[in-house]
Design a protein around this ligand. Structure first.
Ligand code: HEC
Length: 201
């Protein structure tokens, strides 16, 4: 018994020179014990490398969005545009003339200010390249409408950007309203007053 098994194991197919798999015979048909072809091995290694790279990139370093997040982001883009369209229509019908008090919009305004305006007006609005936004002196008028219009159109010659090409109307209202919350906060090292004393009517 032992002898015959060993013999089968070592048996070579005379046609292909490949080894037979021992004991794999049915109806006189026998299975060969071939190595997989090298192109298949190479492909396998490539899928391994890809798999690890994917794992490290997406699950370890979280450098990319997985499909659910990518999809949600794409959808969110269109939802925001739709929301803004609706609000835009509403705003055109009845422009906002007073600073907003809504907390989420003010928080968004604070973020916009930190990202876009603080370089020139400083983090607390005390002024650097741009004027102090916390005092009652305004070069271009201190009413909400005047401030908002100025942010939209800028003063290109003086280095103040026209933000209407960069920010939506909604965002401009958010940041303009946020600036109003800075008034009278007396931050340290303020820039000297510029413009005229503004008094709300
Ligand atoms: C590159 C520098 C720069 C950046 C960035 C900048 N500003 Fe200005 N800003 C200025 C300058 C300079 C003036 C003064 C313009 C003038 O003298 O007429 C100004 C003026 C203003 C005024 C009018 C002040 C007044 O006294 O009438 C407001 C309001 C204002 N900026 C808001 C913003 C907001 C909001 C942002 C961000 C969305 C911003 N600025 C970003 C440079 C900047």
């Amino acid at each position: 018994m032992e002898e015959s098994k060993k013999k089968i194991h070592e048996e070579i197919d005379p046609l292909t020179n490949d080894k037979f798999v021992p004991d794999h015979e049915f109806d006189g048909i026998r299975e060969l014990n071939n190595n997989p072809p090298s192109w298949l091995n190479i492909l396998f290694v490539i899928t391994l490398i890809f798999g690890y790279a994917y794992l490290v990139n997406y699950h370890w370093f979280k450098a990319g969005d997985l499909q659910e997040e990518a999809y949600a982001k794409e959808i969110a883009k269109y939802t925001i545009i739709e929301e803004e369209d609706v609000e835009q229509v509403a705003e055109n019908a009845l422009p906002i003339v007073y600073p907003l008090t809504d907390e989420t919009r003010l928080a968004d305004g604070a973020k916009i200010f930190a990202n876009n305006c603080a370089v020139c007006h400083l983090a607390e609005g005390q002024g650097l390249v741009g004027p102090n936004l916390t005092d009652d002196y305004w070069i271009h008028g201190g009413s909400y409408d005047e401030v908002k219009t100025l942010i939209m159109n800028g003063v290109i010659a003086k280095g103040m950007i026209a933000w209407k090409t960069q920010l939506s109307k909604k965002k401009i209202d958010n940041v303009a309203s946020y600036i109003f919350t800075l008034r009278g906060t007396n931050p340290p090292n303020p820039k000297a007053p510029e413009g005229e004393l503004y008094k709300a009517e």
